[in-house]
Design a protein around this ligand. Structure first.
Ligand SMILES: *Cc1c(COP(=O)(O)O)cnc(C)c1O
Length: 364
């Protein structure tokens, strides 16, 4: 009826590429052992939680937040080795920073590139912002196929390339020498996404100071602050100054600024949780390897990717037993029969392993 008088409909008005997308799906998880989203399974230590309650109660929520979040940036510098010559740009999660970068380079015909399989938001945000997405496959062991990457850079000339290391959903890291070769060959920016830096031994922050086209992105989501939504980008002031023009003025709210500043001042407590999760990861990997048919891939993140016959049916059987992991088996050909499980508490990990043994036995 609205079409009769020429009024807009979603189908007539919204960009075709958005109409064609399906929304990012977050499954219901109430009451389940939730091992699908790379969250830190531990609540805040009691003393920290108590102190935070008082601080947040006194927060000036009637005022706009401090626009450039000076105190929070200083805490990030104190907690992490941000190179002296680099600036910090804050985002409402690092997802927002990916979007900022994409918007900044979205000239007609511009390309955003990555490797596959990887973090799905790279492709989705390219679509949101009118960029063309280009990618090349990893090898079967999820390492970089350098010939393919260099060929892609040459053929597609991407304005920006994202490389997540450790990579999601595969868990492995990429070789530093390869990353430097990619930076040298890239005609545009290379953004190294270190969302999982806390669970491995490598840092590429130093590249942001040394190489003119490299920026390094991190998030605190996987370190126990997923609910606060805070990510950041490190790089040369000349790049960050331009990106800052696109940032909406108060993108990091006052409660997040206060809470994250306080938590980062207790960074050793957060780092200790990450260290415990690393130990639990190897216990979990060992238990998974003992499940009939399971192949477990190396991980420097807070999750494990494993291949197992009839993965999709096993995923459903796990849900039926109250355990939620992520079924990535249809996300890419290289991920056939793969599931991804976040490292939880030791008790959660044991429940997952027990449920998986039952499910495998039931499916016969
Ligand atoms: C989780 C994740 C992010 C995004 O995290 P935010 O919660 O938006 O900060 C970015 N990159 C990778 C590779 C991730 O896995």
């Amino acid at each position: 009826m609205s079409e009769a008088n020429g009024a807009a409909t979603p189908q007539s008005l919204i960009r075709e590429e958005l109409l064609a997308l399906s929304a990012y799906h977050v499954p219901a998880s109430a009451g389940m052992v939730k091992l699908d989203a790379m969250e830190n399974p531990y609540p805040l230590p009691d003393d920290l939680a108590a102190g935070l309650g008082a601080l947040l109660g006194a927060a000036p929520v009637n005022r706009y937040p401090e626009a450039d979040a000076r105190a929070l940036k200083a805490s990030i510098r104190r907690a992490l080795d941000v190179p002296a010559g680099c600036d910090i740009l804050l985002g409402n999660g690092s997802d927002e920073i990916i979007q900022l970068l994409a918007m900044a380079v979205a000239k007609p015909g511009a390309v955003l590139a990555s490797v596959e399989p990887t973090f799905v938001m790279f492709r989705m945000i390219a679509t949101f912002t009118g960029l063309r997405y280009a990618s090349c496959p990893l090898r079967a062991d999820f390492s970089l196929d350098m010939d393919a990457v260099l060929h892609m850079l040459e053929a597609e000339r991407p304005a920006v390339m994202f490389l997540a290391t450790p990579n999601n959903p595969t868990g492995n890291t990429f070789a530093r020498a390869d990353i430097e070769r990619i930076a040298a060959a890239a005609p545009g920016l290379l953004v190294v996404d270190e969302a999982y830096y806390a669970f491995g031994d490598s840092s590429h922050l130093e590249l942001a100071a040394r190489l003119p086209n490299v920026l390094v992105m991190r998030t605190f989501s996987k370190l126990g602050m997923a609910g606060l939504r805070l990510g950041f980008l490190v790089g040369a002031p000349a790049w960050l100054e331009q990106l800052d023009k696109l940032r909406l003025p108060y993108n990091v709210n006052v409660l997040t600024q206060i809470a994250a500043t306080r938590l980062l001042d207790s960074y050793p407590a957060l780092a200790a949780q990450a260290a415990a999760i690393r130990v639990d990861r190897s216990v979990l990997a060992e238990a998974l390897r003992a499940v009939p048919g399971a192949e477990v891939f190396p991980s420097e993140a807070n999750f494990l990717l494993f291949r197992i016959p009839r993965a999709a049916a096993l995923f459903d059987a796990l849900v039926a037993r109250g355990v939620l992991v992520k079924n990535v088996s249809r996300a890419h050909a290289l991920l056939a029969d793969c599931l991804r499980v976040t490292v939880g508490t030791p008790a959660e990990n044991r429940r997952f392993i027990a449920a998986l043994h039952e499910a495998v036995a039931d499916l016969g």
